[in-house]
Design a protein around this ligand. Structure first.
Ligand code: CA2
Length: 144
C-alpha cells in the first residue's frame, strides 16, 4: 500500500481547545482519525504528524521524498513565511504535495493570502474545515 504523509505545522495541536469560531471544535486527533479512515477507503497508509518546529517539517518533507508517495500539508502560519519549507517541497519534486487549510485563508488578513507552498503544490484546498483533509487525500489518490 502507498504511504501518504499528512504533515501539520504550528499550533494545530491546539485545535478544538481554542478559537472554535475560526477552526471548529474538532481536535487534531479527530482529524487524524478521519484521515486514517479516508486512507483505508482509498487504499493509502496514512502517516500523520504535527510539529511546532519549522525544521521538523523540513526533515519530514525530505523523509517523504524517500518514503512516501505523496504529502498533504497544513503548514499553519509557516505557510505564509517559510522559504525553508518552500525549498524542501521543491527539493522533493516531483513528489505530489497537496496544501490544505481549515480556514479560507483568502477571506482573512492580507498576510494570510500569500502561500510559500502553493507554487510547488499540485493544488490547494482551503475553507472546508477538517473535510479539507479528506478532500486532499481523495485528490492525491486520484493522481497517484
Ligand atoms: O486555516 C488553516 O488551516 C491555517 O493553516 C491555520 C493556522 C493559520 O496560521 C493559517 O493562516 C491558516 C493556525 C493554526 C491553528 O491555530 C490555532 C491557534 C489557537 C487555537 C486553535 C488553533
Amino acid at each position: 500500500m502507498k504511504t501518504v504523509f499528512v504533515l501539520n505545522g504550528p499550533n494545530l495541536n491546539m485545535l478544538g481547545k481554542r478559537e472554535p469560531s475560526i477552526y471548529g471544535d474538532q481536535t487534531l486527533d479527530d482529524i487524524a482519525a478521519d484521515c486514517v479512515k479516508a486512507g483505508k477507503d482509498l487504499g493509502l497508509t496514512i502517516d500523520f504528524r504535527q510539529s511546532n518546529h519549522e525544521g521538523h517539517l523540513v526533515d519530514w518533507i525530505q523523509e517523504a521524498g524517500e518514503a512516501a508517495a505523496g504529502v498533504v500539508i497544513n503548514a499553519g502560519a509557516y505557510t505564509h513565511t517559510s522559504i525553508a519549507i518552500h525549498d524542501a517541497i521543491r527539493g522533493v519534486a516531483p513528489l505530489p504535495v497537496v496544501e490544505v487549510h481549515l480556514s479560507n485563508i483568502h477571506a482573512r488578513e492580507p498576510f494570510r493570502h500569500v502561500s510559500r507552498i502553493a507554487p510547488h503544490a499540485v493544488g490547494m484546498i482551503c475553507g472546508f474545515g477538517p473535510l479539507g483533509y479528506t478532500l486532499a487525500l481523495q485528490a492525491l489518490a486520484a493522481r497517484l
